[in-house]
Design a protein around this ligand. Structure first.
Ligand code: HPA
Length: 270
């Protein structure tokens, strides 16, 4: 694994002249942020040695190096999902490569279903913690001490400092944000009403099919993590507003500008 990470990192380093310290992963329908990036190099995943290839509609499937608001960033436009059949190691491989290139801070975004009854479709939620309901973990198997410890603490996955910064920026721009716990599931099914209810009782405010594996791998290797959900459908007790994949994408696209505003300012201050 270490050799594969280094191979991919060397390949990418040979293509770039910048040294980004911030990595950004764009979720379903949230690709609008790319329009704000001064793109220097864009490399399709299929051209990167050892990278899996994205299969889902709404995902661009490329790695972008450039400047966001003047700050050097490395952006994953489209991610790898567990439900596509990738292993947890494959899902988190790009995060390993980011770190090998020198990225220290990671911003993750996703589309999610909201269970909290105060949430509305199109809301943005700052993730303060997660529940891993994948019944799998990217750190299973041999631990590479070069990457991180065998038993990493998950006490503060989402940097309190960055959560505070995001709130401050949102407030300054009059953007209403929610805050809460994200529960990660394998998918690809959306939840039954009983599942949404169970997850809310368990303490989760949103549910989605990503982010948790990447956050775990990032914390394992000592990165600072920030994550946000866009609420694209509701699984509130009594009012399940079912979504099709198309509706999820449409809702995410509509809410995208709020997230874009927060993230593009965050990178200048983190
Ligand atoms: N459940 C799981 N994943 C999702 C949802 C949902 O309701 N909405 C968007 N991604």
């Amino acid at each position: 694994m270490l050799q594969k990470i280094n191979e991919s990192a060397s390949f990418l380093k040979s293509k770039i002249t910048i040294q980004p310290k911030i990595g950004i992963v764009l979720g379903s329908g949230l690709g609008a942020l790319v329009d704000e990036v001064d793109i220097m190099v864009e490399i399709p995943y299929k051209d990167i040695p050892n990278f899996p290839v994205s299969t889902v509609e709404g995902h661009r499937g490329s790695l972008i190096f450039g400047k966001l608001n003047g700050v050097e960033v490395m952006v994953m436009s489209g991610r790898f999902h567990y439900y596509e059949g990738y292993t947890m190691k494959e899902v988190t491989f790009p995060i390993r490569v980011m770190k090998a290139i020198g990225v220290e801070k990671l911003i993750l975004s996703n589309a999610a279903g909201g269970m909290n009854p105060t949430f509305k479709i199109g809301d943005v939620m700052i993730i303060k913690d997660h529940i891993n309901f994948f019944f799998d973990n990217p750190l299973m198997g041999k631990n590479y001490d070069e990457l991180g410890p065998r038993f990493p603490s998950m006490n503060e996955v989402y940097s309190k400092k960055l959560v505070k910064l995001a709130h401050k920026i949102a407030e300054e721009h009059g953007i209403y944000v929610q805050q809460g716990v994200y529960l990660g599931v394998s998918g690809p099914c959306f939840e039954t009403p009983a599942e949404y209810r169970a997850f809310y009782i368990l303490g989760a405010d949103t549910v989605g099919m990503s982010t948790v594996p990447e956050a775990i791998a990032a914390i394992h290797q000592g990165m600072e993590v920030f994550a946000m959900s866009v609420i694209t459908d509701l699984g509130v007790i009594g009012v399940v507003e079912v979504a099709s994949h198309e509706e999820v994408l449409a809702a995410a696209q509509k809410a995208g500008p709020k997230m874009v505003k927060i993230v593009s300012e965050m990178v200048t201050k983190m």
